[in-house]
Design a protein around this ligand. Structure first.
Ligand SMILES: Cc1cc2nc3c(=O)[nH]c(=O)nc-3n(C[C@H](O)[C@H](O)[C@H](O)COP(=O)(O)OP(=O)(O)OC[C@H]3O[C@@H](n4cnc5c(N)ncnc54)[C@H](O)[C@@H]3O)c2cc1C
Length: 457
C-alpha cells in the first residue's frame, strides 16, 4: 500500500494504547498494521477491562490532539474527589481527615478500556488500517520489524514485555504493594442525593477512603461498554491485612460485590447505604478483576534477534499501581507524543531516535508519575509528606484542589526531596504559609453518615 508518507508501522497489541498510536500514525500517513492475539469481538467481550482507566485533562488533551473521542460528551464525569481517612494504627480508630477536592481546570472520565479499544479498532479498519489476529512471539516480531520502518510493542504488562529489560535504577519495587479488587456495577445515580453526606457535589465527586492499617477504596463514575453510565469500585489491600484476606477470596462479580458491601459495613459504614444500592452487571462475566501490579520502568527500546530496534509503549514500557491513576494516562500521553514526533521525523526510526523519544517521555511524565504513585501508596520515603498533605488539604480547599491536580500533572512531586520542600509545596499550592495552613488542621471527629435510607439486606 502506498501512503502519502511512504512509511510503514507495525503495532503489536490492540489495547487502548496500541490502538491510539495506530490510529494516530494512520491519520499521519503511515501504512499501519496492528497485530492482536484476540479478534475484535473477543477483545470486547471475552476479557476484563485492563483497569479502571480514569483519566484527567492532560491525557484527554493527548487524545484530542489525535482527533480521538474523549467520551467527555457521553460518559459520566467526576468533578472532584471526596476523601476520608481513618487512623487504623490507633485502637480507637479515629475518623481523622475529611475533605473534598474539586478538580481545577479538568474533569475525570473513566471509560471501559474494552469500549475504547473496540471503537478505535473499528475506526482504524474503516480508515484503511490492517488488523491481523495473531499472537506475536519474539521470532515473529523479528520478521515483522524487518519489514516495516517503525515497530511498537504495546502488549501490556505480560506479552512481549520481557524483551525490554527492567531498569533497576528507575524501579523501586520487586512486587505488588497492594492486592487489588476492581468491580464495575450499576444501580446508583449521580445526583446530589448520592454521597450528599460527603459533599454538595454528591455523585459528581468520587469517594476515596483510606483505612490506614487496611487499605484504600475508591468508588467513582464509569462508562461501561454494555451498561453505559455506571460505577467502578477499586480497592487496595495492604499485605496481610483483613482486607487482603477478603480480596483473596473473591472469585466472581457476585462475591466481589458481597465483599465490597461487607467491607463498607465493617469499615466504611458512612457510605454503606450508597454501596447497598449497587448491582452486578449481569451481561458482563468479566466485570471484576483481582491481582496486583508491580510498578516497573523498563528499557523503552528492545532489539529482536536480528537486531531490529522496537519500542515499548504503554504498560509494556512502564507499569503502575493504579492508586494515582497513572497507567492509562501515561500510555495515552506516550502514544500521542510518539505519533507527533514520528510524523515530524525525517530519518530512520533507529535505536538512537527511539531511545531519545522514550527518555523524553520518562523525564517529562513517567518519572513523576511513578513518584506520585509512591506518594499515594504511602511509600516509607514519602509517607511523611503524604500525612502533611492530607492535613493541609483538610484545612485549605485550594491546596486540596491542587493536590489532586497532581494526578493530572504529577511533575511538582519531583520537588519533594525534604520536609522543607514539602512545606514549600504546601505554601505554593495553598497561596499562604504552610504553617498557617497546617495550624488550622483539626481532626474530623466523626464523619457525617449517609442520608440515603439503608436498603434491607
Ligand atoms: C485495577 C486497575 C485499575 C486501573 N486504574 C487506572 C486508572 O484509574 N487510571 C489510569 O490511568 N490507569 C489505570 N490503570 C492502568 C490502565 O488500565 C493500563 O495502564 C492501560 O489500560 C494499559 O493499556 P495497554 O494498551 O498498554 O495494555 P493492555 O490493555 O494490557 O493491552 C495489551 C494488548 O496486547 C495483547 N497482547 C498481549 N500479548 C500479545 C502478543 N504476544 N501478541 C499480540 N497481542 C498481544 C493483549 O491481549 C491486549 O489486548 C489501572 C490498572 C488496573 C490493573
Amino acid at each position: 500500500m502506498t501512503t502519502s508518507s511512504g512509511r510503514s508501522a507495525a503495532i503489536i497489541g490492540a489495547g487502548q494504547t496500541g490502538l491510539t498510536a495506530a490510529l494516530g500514525l494512520l491519520d499521519n500517513g503511515f501504512d499501519v498494521t496492528v497485530y492482536s492475539d484476540r479478534d475484535q469481538r473477543s477483545l470486547r467481550d471475552s476479557v476484563p477491562a485492563t483497569g479502571t482507566a480514569l483519566i484527567f485533562g492532560t491525557a484527554q488533551r493527548a487524545e484530542e490532539s489525535l482527533g480521538l473521542n474523549t467520551y467527555l460528551a457521553t460518559a459520566p464525569t467526576s468533578t472532584g474527589q471526596s476523601v476520608r481517612v481513618v487512623d487504623g494504627s490507633d485502637p480507637a480508630r479515629p475518623e481523622e481527615v475529611a475533605f473534598d477536592a474539586s478538580f481545577d481546570g479538568f474533569v475525570g472520565v473513566a471509560v471501559d478500556t474494552r469500549l475504547k479499544a473496540d471503537d478505535r479498532l473499528t475506526l482504524f479498519q474503516q480508515r484503511g488500517g490492517r488488523f491481523v489476529v495473531e499472537t506475536v512471539g519474539p521470532d515473529r516480531l523479528d520478521g515483522i520489524a524487518a519489514g516495516v520502518d517503525l515497530t511498537l510493542v504495546a502488549t501490556g504488562r505480560g506479552g512481549l514485555s520481557s524483551l525490554f529489560p527492567t531498569n533497576p535504577e528507575r524501579t523501586v519495587y520487586d512486587r505488588p504493594q497492594r492486592r487489588l479488587l476492581a468491580l464495575t456495577v450499576t444501580g446508583l445515580p449521580y445526583g446530589p442525593e448520592v454521597f450528599a453526606h460527603r459533599s454538595a457535589a454528591g455523585g459528581r465527586h468520587s469517594a476515596f477512603t483510606v483505612i490506614s492499617d487496611q487499605g484504600d477504596s475508591w468508588l467513582g463514575p464509569y462508562l461501561h461498554k454494555d451498561a453505559g453510565p455506571s460505577w467502578a469500585f477499586l480497592g487496595w489491600a495492604r499485605p496481610d491485612s483483613d482486607w487482603d484476606r477478603r480480596f483473596a477470596a473473591v472469585d466472581s462479580a457476585t462475591s466481589a460485590l458481597r465483599t465490597i458491601t461487607e467491607l463498607h459495613r465493617d469499615y466504611i459504614d458512612w457510605d454503606l447505604p450508597e454501596v447497598s444500592e449497587l448491582a452486578v452487571i449481569e451481561d458482563d462475566q468479566h466485570s471484576w478483576l483481582t491481582g496486583g501490579v508491580t510498578q516497573v520502568v523498563r528499557s523503552g527500546v528492545g532489539h529482536t534477534a536480528g537486531g531490529h530496534p522496537v519500542a515499548a509503549l504503554g504498560d509494556t514500557a512502564v507499569a503502575f499501581d493504579p492508586i494515582a491513576g497513572q497507567g492509562a494516562q501515561g500510555g495515552l500521553v506516550q502514544a500521542a507524543t510518539l505519533v507527533r514526533k514520528a510524523s515530524a521525523h525525517d530519518g530512520p526510526f533507529d535505536t538512537a531516535w527511539l531511545t531519545a523519544v522514550f527518555e523524553d517521555f520518562y523525564r517529562h511524565r513517567a518519572r513523576a508519575a511513578h513518584l506520585v504513585t509512591r506518594l499515594f501508596l504511602s511509600d516509607p520515603e514519602l509517607a511523611e509528606y503524604g500525612g502533611l498533605f492530607f492535613a493541609a488539604a483538610s484545612a485549605s480547599a485550594r491546596f486540596a484542589s491542587k493536590l489532586f491536580g497532581l494526578l493530572d500533572d504529577p511533575r511538582p512531586v519531583e520537588r519533594l526531596t525534604s520536609q522543607q520542600a514539602a512545606y514549600e509545596l504546601i505554601a505554593d499550592f495553598a497561596g499562604e504559609p504552610a504553617e498557617a495552613v497546617l495550624g488550622r488542621f483539626v481532626p474530623a471527629g466523626r464523619f457525617d453518615r449517609s442520608r440515603l435510607a439503608l436498603r434491607a439486606a
